[in-house]
Ligand binder design. Structure first.
Ligand code: AKG
Length: 274
């Protein structure tokens, strides 16, 4: 791919202080228009091609389990294509992540595409950080649709303030996490909220401990979403105390031992941009 085909991401987006306070309290927020329609049009083909290449052997939906039905999940797309790399490494996105976490800098943890197919199932309740061996709660996901997502497909539903409770159940994503967290939300009287329909280029942000789910896709639309996960600069590898965390330690932390700084070649500093 010629270098000139890589879209330039000029300009910054600043989050108002009230929104940072709200993010702190709720553990999630939405930033509308974080990428422009032209930028999305420039990035989307490369991201969709990379997902297509990685999922040619995906089994039919009715042969998959609940997790498999929720989405086509393709991680580390930035390694496969310089255009996708420009999206994942965009300073504009990383700066918003740093502002929301109230930290000076953020590093890449990893990126992943999450494409919910037509007829795709719900994404069960879960907390991302159950998978992430990090010694800090300063982790955050940007979730950006590449197509307009109507209300009947919907974006994620979050449990307000759930990040303040840390690990609420250690369930990995599946039927057990959906049922267990449904009960927990009822028992504790937790409040849920969603940012509803989204335009391509809008983005939600949620922390690693924010409890969340997404509904099924009963439409003909492919809900193509790209995510980037950031961690605060200066955090360390935490306990590697489950098979899921062992995998993440290997894939996203270069095998670094608990207690080591998260600063390896797979975790470049994305903000401040160099
Ligand atoms: O896209 C989805 O359905 C769920 C996404 C999610 O759980 C996440 O980005 O943490």
């Amino acid at each position: 791919m010629a270098a000139e085909a890589i879209p330039e991401m000029l300009g910054t987006v600043t989050v108002p202080p009230e929104q940072v306070d709200e993010f702190d309290a709720l553990g999630h927020t939405v930033v509308r228009g974080l990428a422009s329609p032209d930028e999305i049009a420039a990035f989307r083909p490369a991201i969709e091609d990379a997902v297509r290449r990685a999922t040619t052997r995906a089994r039919p939906l009715d042969e998959r389990d609940t997790y498999g039905k929720a989405f086509l999940q393709v991680p580390n797309l930035c390694a496969s294509d310089p255009v996708v790399r420009a999206f994942t490494f965009a300073a504009r996105f990383a700066r918003v992540a740093a502002e929301l976490l109230r930290v000076d800098g953020v590093r890449l943890y990893h990126d992943q595409a999450l494409f919910k197919e037509p007829g795709g199932g719900h994404t069960p309740w879960h907390q991302d950080q159950v998978y992430w061996p990090l010694d800090s709660d300063r982790s955050i996901t940007m979730w950006m649709p590449l197509v307009d997502v109507p209300a009947d497909v919907g974006s994620m539903t979050f449990v307000d303030g759930s990040h303040r409770h840390g690990d609420l159940g250690s369930w990995v994503i599946g039927d057990e996490s959906e049922a267990g967290f449904d009960e927990l939300i009822r028992d504790r009287g937790f409040v849920t909220s969603t940012h509803g329909a989204m335009r391509a280029g809008d983005a939600t942000f949620h922390t690693g401990w924010t409890l969340h789910r997404a509904g099924a896709n009963e439409t003909d639309l492919l809900r193509s979403v790209m995510t980037v996960i950031y961690v605060a600069d200066g955090i360390r590898v935490g306990p590697v105390d489950s098979p899921a965390r062992q995998l993440d330690q290997m894939f996203w932390l270069g095998g670094a031992a608990p207690g080591s700084l998260v600063d390896g070649p797979g975790n470049p500093l994305l903000w401040p941009a160099s």
